[in-house]
Design a protein around this ligand. Structure first.
Ligand SMILES: *Cc1c(COP(=O)(O)O)cnc(C)c1O
Length: 412
C-alpha cells in the first residue's frame, strides 16, 4: 500500500466517520425521516424505532439500561447538563445564596468541565480543583481528602484528552457512592476505546461523543443512572420534554443512528484496535527516545490510553516542529489564545515547565493508522527535531554542559 499524505495523527481531536456508520445513517435523511415525537403515524414510529436501536447499541457499549441514555449534541452539552443540571438539583441552598454546595473537579480537565465549574462558582457553589501528581492521575485518595460534608458532586475525566492518562474511576466511584455524592465522568476519550461498565465503576453520570469514536460530529450522550441512586437533573433546555425531560428538542435521528452504529462497531473492534495501536504508539516512543536526547514522555507510562502519546522535545518549539512536519496532522502543547501562545495548562498542571510544555506534541492514532504512516512520521519528526536543534544556540550550550536553567538573561 502506498503512503498517502498528509497523515492524520490527531484522533483525540476528532475521528473520521467509519464508512459503515455513514451507510447506516443514509436512509434516515431521505427515506425514514419521521419525527420520533410523532406518536400517531408510521413515519414517526419508524424514527422512534431507529432511535430505540441506537439506544440499545449505546447502552450495550457502556453496560447501562437503555432508559439511562440521554442523547445530546455532544460531550460539551452533556458535561454542561451533568455539572450545572446536577449542581442545581442537589444544591443545599436556593439560587442567589452562597454555600450552595461543594463540587470537586481537577485543574487539568477539559474546558467543557472547567468552564461549567467556574460558572457554578459564580452562582454560589464552592469548587475544589484538584491538582494531579506528575503522572497526571487523580487518585481516590486525592478525592477522599477533598471531600466535605457539603460535597454534592465530583466531576472528573476518565482519560485525559491531552496526555491520555487514566484516573482512578472505579475507586472514586466507590468512594462517591459510600458518601452519597453524585459522580460525573467525562468519558469522551475513553468510551468506545476501552471497556466500559457504568455499574462496575459506580458512575452516576457519564458524557460521551460520537465524533471521538468514528461517528458523526454534533451528537453524543449523557448516561444518567436510574437506580441506586436515581439521579435527578435540572434540565438546561426546556420544551418538548424529549429524553425524559432532561433534554428537549427534536431528536437528531440521523446523528443518533450514526452514534449507535459507531457504538456497535466499537464494541466489536476496540480490543483489536487498542492492541494494534498500542504497538504502533510504543514503536514511535521507542524510536524517538533511542534516536534523540532530551525527550520526555508526559503522563503515567502505563496508566494511559494505548493509542496516544504526548512527547516533549527539549530545545524545539512544538509549533516550529509542526511547521517542519506539515504533512503530519498533530497537536502541540501550546494553545493559541487571542494574543499569545500559551503553554498547555494540562502539561503545566503536571509540573512540566513552560519550555518543555511549549516543545510538546500530542500524537493520537486511529482505526486506519498504518505501519507505513507511523514509520514515515517517526522519521520525519526525528529529522525535523535534529534540524531545528542545529539552529538552537540553547541546544549548543546544553551540549557544552552549561545548565541553561541557571543563566541570568541580560534583557527580556
Ligand atoms: C472532545 C472532548 C469534549 C467535547 O466534546 P464535543 O462532543 O466536541 O462537544 C469534551 N471532553 C473531552 C475529554 C473531549 O475530548
Amino acid at each position: 500500500m502506498s503512503l498517502k499524505l498528509p497523515i492524520y495523527f490527531d484522533h483525540a481531536a476528532t475521528t473520521p466517520c467509519d464508512p459503515r456508520v455513514v451507510e447506516a445513517m443514509l436512509p434516515y435523511f431521505t427515506e425514514v425521516y419521521g419525527n420520533p415525537g410523532s406518536r400517531n403515524h408510521s413515519f414517526g414510529w419508524a424514527g422512534e424505532a431507529a432511535v430505540d436501536t441506537a439506544r440499545d447499541q449505546v447502552s450495550n457499549l457502556i453496560g447501562a439500561d437503555r432508559k439511562e441514555v440521554v442523547f445530546t449534541s455532544g460531550a460539551t452539552e452533556s458535561n454542561n447538563l451533568a455539572i450545572k443540571g446536577g449542581a442545581q438539583m442537589y444544591a443545599k441552598k436556593p439560587a442567589g445564596s452562597t454555600g450552595r454546595g461543594h463540587v470537586i473537579t481537577a485543574t487539568h480537565e477539559h474546558k467543557a468541565t472547567l468552564d461549567p465549574c467556574k460558572r457554578l462558582q459564580k452562582e454560589g457553589f464552592d469548587v475544589t480543583f484538584l491538582e494531579p501528581g506528575r503522572d497526571g492521575i487523580i487518585t481516590a485518595e486525592m478525592v477522599k481528602n477533598a471531600m466535605r460534608d457539603d460535597t454534592i458532586l465530583v466531576s472528573l475525566l476518565w482519560a485525559n484528552n491531552e496526555i491520555g492518562t487514566i484516573n482512578e474511576v472505579p475507586e472514586i466511584g466507590a468512594l462517591c457512592h459510600d458518601r452519597g455524592v453524585i459522580f460525573h465522568v467525562d468519558g469522551t476519550q475513553w468510551v468506545g476505546k476501552m471497556p466500559t461498565d457504568v455499574n462496575a465503576a459506580q458512575i452516576d453520570l457519564m458524557s460521551f461523543s460520537a465524533h471521538k469514536m468514528y461517528g458523526p460530529k454534533g451528537v453524543g450522550g449523557l448516561y444518567v443512572r436510574r437506580r441506586r441512586p436515581r439521579v435527578r437533573l435540572t434540565a438546561l433546555a426546556e420544551g418538548g420534554g424529549q429524553e425524559r425531560g432532561f433534554r428537549s428538542g427534536t431528536l437528531n435521528v440521523t446523528g443518533i443512528v450514526g452514534l449507535g452504529k459507531a457504538a456497535e462497531l466499537a464494541s466489536q473492534e476496540m480490543t483489536k484496535d487498542a492492541d494494534r495501536l498500542r504497538k504502533l504508539r510504543d514503536r514511535i516512543e521507542t524510536t524517538v527516545t533511542e534516536k534523540l536526547d532530551t525527550v520526555q514522555i508526559n503522563g503515567h507510562r502505563e496508566k494511559r490510553l494505548p493509542h496516544m502519546t504526548n512527547i516533549s522535545f527539549g530545545f524545539v518549539e512544538g509549533e516550529s516542529l509542526m511547521m517542519a512536519c506539515k504533512d503530519i496532522a498533530m497537536s502541540s502543547g501550546s494553545a493559541c489564545t487571542s494574543a499569545s501562545l500559551e503553554p498547555s495548562y494540562v502539561l503545566k498542571a503536571l509540573g512540566v515547565g513552560d519550555d518543555l510544555a511549549h516543545s510538546s506534541l500530542r500524537l493520537s492514532l486511529g482505526r486506519w493508522t498504518t505501519e507505513e504512516e507511523v514509520h514515515y512520521a517517526t522519521n520525519k519528526i526525528i529529522e525535523s527535531v535534529e534540524k531545528l536543534r542545529v539552529l538552537s544556540p540553547l541546544y549548543d550550550m546544553h551540549n557544552e554542559g552549561i545548565d541553561i536553567t541557571k543563566i541570568e538573561w541580560a534583557a527580556h
